[in-house]
Design a protein around this ligand. Structure first.
Ligand code: SF4
Ligand code: SF4
Length: 316
């Protein structure tokens, strides 16, 4: 079993270089400074954090390096801690604090408020949270402080939930710290446990896992997705450097809207050499990139049953 990363301490880095093998930024740049290895060694030799800004901002927080690190360093937390030491790139657009309303228990879905998520909530038998926390997820990514009143307004309605089902992998990671008594999981994981969804998957599908949640809960998810692959026969984005899916391959500047994301190179790389007829994505953000580089149908997992049954809301 993969041990849970337990420290965001760059001094523990041995310089083995294993992390760069799985890093999509290393693949794109071939520049060691963009890897955990490069950042840790620079810090060990006394380079100021400010001088590392481009290499701290380039990390996509996909988490692929973390389970690979033999020193068990919390590499995502390390990048987030470094970002908190840098001047903000752009102010995080935090919402006004919403009034905290309680929740009567049961499961709750934190997602956008569009038809697919309303349907997913109904299918999973849970309530769609009024406050998705998307602004908090962005502030987390940027390493910005979240005002206590905003965080409390976000968390208050979630405390009574039995399970939180979350579309954003970084928010999932933070919520397990903030609300340790509430069980939290990702939407992709929750949906792919359902027998109807498993039956709708085909052997000629590429099933694209959302990597942030996968790597955060690595040991449990390896087993889950191995079983899913075995049961359905579908291919998955489980190769070295091909795990970071297009949207998760965006860097901080792209996330903050300071650069236009170009997801197509990563999407092409993920598709290279595969014999598939359909792409099923756990993250809705990935639909556009895959559509730009192939003619295959691209289906959001939350819409898979509808696609299979009626074919009325496809992204083909
Ligand atoms: S989180 Fe992803 S992008 Fe960042 S260093 Fe690790 S593998 Fe590279
Ligand atoms: S895998 Fe861990 S110990 Fe090895 S170079 Fe990367 S951060 Fe350092």
């Amino acid at each position: 079993m993969t041990p849970t990363p337990n420290r965001a301490d760059f001094t523990a880095c041995s310089g083995c270089g294993v992390c760069q093998l799985s890093c999509p930024v290393w693949r794109a740049t071939r520049d060691l400074r963009h890897t955990p290895h490069g950042r840790a060694k620079a810090l060990q030799h006394g380079v100021p954090v400010a001088d590392l800004a481009p290499f701290v901002e380039s990390c996509t927080l996909c988490g692929s390096c973390e389970p690979a690190c033999p020193e068990n360093i919390a590499l995502v937390d390390m990048v987030l801690a470094l970002r908190r030491q840098l001047p903000p790139l752009a102010p995080a657009p935090l919402h006004d604090a919403a009034p905290a309303t309680g929740h009567a228990g049961g499961d709750m879905l934190l997602a956008g408020h569009h038809a697919a998520h309303t349907q997913a909530a109904a299918y999973l038998g849970c309530v769609l949270a009024a406050d998705s926390g998307s602004d908090i997820a962005l502030a987390l990514e940027a390493g910005e402080d979240i005002p206590a009143h905003r965080l409390e307004a976000f968390l208050a309605p979630l405390r009574a939930a039995q399970t939180l089902i979350v579309t954003d992998g970084l928010l999932l990671r933070a919520l397990t710290d903030w609300l340790p008594r509430v069980r939290a999981t990702s939407l992709g994981f929750a949906l792919s446990l359902r027998p109807e969804i498993r039956r709708a998957l085909r052997a000629d599908d590429l099933y694209v896992i959302e990597p942030r949640a996968f790597h955060f809960d690595h040991a449990r998810r390896v087993q889950h997705y191995d079983n899913l692959r075995h049961d359905t026969g579908c291919a998955m984005n489980l190769d070295l450097q091909r795990f970071a899916i297009p949207a998760t391959a965006r860097n901080l500047r792209q996330r903050l809207g300071l650069e236009t994301p170009d997801d197509t190179a990563q999407a092409r790389w993920i598709l290279q050499g595969r014999k598939i007829q359909r792409i099923v994505v756990e993250s809705e953000e990935d639909i556009t990139a895959f559509k730009q580089v192939c003619d295959l149908p691209v289906v959001y997992l939350a819409e898979l049953l509808e696609y299979t049954g009626m074919k009325s809301r496809t992204h083909a």
